[in-house]
Design a protein around this ligand. Structure first.
Ligand SMILES: NC(=O)c1ccc[n+]([C@@H]2O[C@H](COP(=O)([O-])OP(=O)(O)OC[C@H]3O[C@@H](n4cnc5c(N)ncnc54)[C@H](OP(=O)(O)O)[C@@H]3O)[C@@H](O)[C@H]2O)c1
Length: 321
């Protein structure tokens, strides 16, 4: 099969289309013939060696959509020919991938493979972090930084669908307009305005943050009593200085999580929860995948370059067949 290989840590030029053996599904796994694969920030971090391990020889890709080609021993949930999308821990930029069958969801009838491939990583991350861990609920105020990111467009739509009032930040007026069209009450262009000042009269219950750095104390200042600050990254800086009394006065909870290293059973339960709670919203059109651009698998470097530019709004996808 053809697959994109990280030939050494570095910029996009280290990605090469090469031949690899088709993986064989092990017990409890299915083999997916990949039709589309999602591109995520984490793929770039992996390519540059940012996770502290040498990525040489690895195939990136955390989510795919495609057709079940083969069922491994003890895999009984799906049958050959089913259309599925799946969360994977790597290997998505390829023509085939073997996955734990419990980490798959049916491709909704209304979606293309490209749209379906755009969902698993962001939907599972937002569901587990903002809703399960952060306990976001109807009637609460929710702030998502990076509102036009793949994560952001997902978080805005899900939070709105579940009855929260959504606020966002993004880096241009065009991005903010899209965030507001998707359901944000107000999106702040952080390059023009200080989000803390703009939102100072809104008591925020849950913040989903990927920025970190000097956003942290501003986030704490905006939080209401019993507010929750949930980190999924710290792109602006891993270290933050905070005023501890702010936490005490408002009983604030600060936490964070990473989906990729969670164990298979956790991901299986999370996938089942998402199928139960989120998939009906996809089916009835309340939640729409936002695919910004699709590249062919062989253009993976260009796709990652676009993501690094942050010019995109929503998800970037690789078409595989
Ligand atoms: N912990 C987890 O399990 C997990 C899982 C998935 C994703 N993530 C993280 O979530 C983030 C989004 O992932 P993605 O794949 O959706 O990537 P993406 O689409 O490339 O999103 C990154 C976004 O960050 C925004 N940004 C950068 N600096 C900002 C700032 N100072 N203020 C506000 N926004 C800023 C960019 O928007 P502007 O151009 O508007 O600045 C861009 O939209 C990444 O950091 C990723 O690592 C974490």
């Amino acid at each position: 099969m053809k697959a994109i290989i990280i030939t050494k840590p570095g910029d996009g030029s280290v990605l090469a289309l090469q031949e690899r053996a088709i993986p064989q599904p092990e017990s409890g796994q299915i083999l997916i013939r990949v039709r589309a694969a999602g591109v995520n920030r984490s793929d770039i971090h992996q390519r540059t060696g940012g996770y502290g391990t040498d990525p040489t020889g690895q195939i990136p890709g955390l989510e795919v959509a495609g057709i079940v080609e083969k069922c491994g021993p003890n895999a009984s949930q799906w049958k050959i020919g089913d259309s599925v999308c799946a969360l994977i821990s790597g290997g998505g930029y390829a023509e085939y991938v073997a996955v734990d069958e419990r980490h798959c969801l049916p491709v909704p009838a209304t979606l293309t493979f490209a749209e379906a491939a755009s969902l698993p990583e962001t939907v599972l991350t937002v569901w587990s972090t903002a809703f399960q861990w952060g306990q976001l609920s109807a009637g609460e105020n929710f702030l998502i930084h990076g509102g036009s990111s793949g994560i952001g467009v997902t978080a805005i739509q899900l939070a709105k669908a579940f009855g929260a009032d959504v606020y966002a930040t993004a880096g241009s007026d065009e991005k903010c307009a899209v965030c507001e069209q998707l359901g944000a009450v107000r999106c702040v262009n952080y390059k023009k305005e200080d989000f803390e000042q703009v939102l100072s009269s809104v008591p925020i219950d849950v913040i989903l943050d990927m920025v970190g750095g000097d956003y942290t104390q501003k986030n704490l200042n905006l939080l209401a009593m019993d507010g929750r600050l949930m980190f999924i990254n710290a792109m602006q800086g891993a270290d933050s200085q905070i005023r501890i009394p702010t936490l005490m006065q408002k009983r604030i909870t600060i936490s964070g999580s990473m989906l990729k290293p969670r164990d298979a059973d956790f991901k299986a339960k999370l996938t089942a929860d998402v199928e139960k709670h989120v998939w009906p919203l996809v089916a009835d059109g309340q939640f729409k995948p936002i695919v910004y651009r699709t590249f062919h698998l062989s253009e993976a470097a260009k796709a990652q370059e676009l993501m690094e530019s942050s010019d995109h709004i929503g998800k970037i996808i690789l078409a595989v067949q």
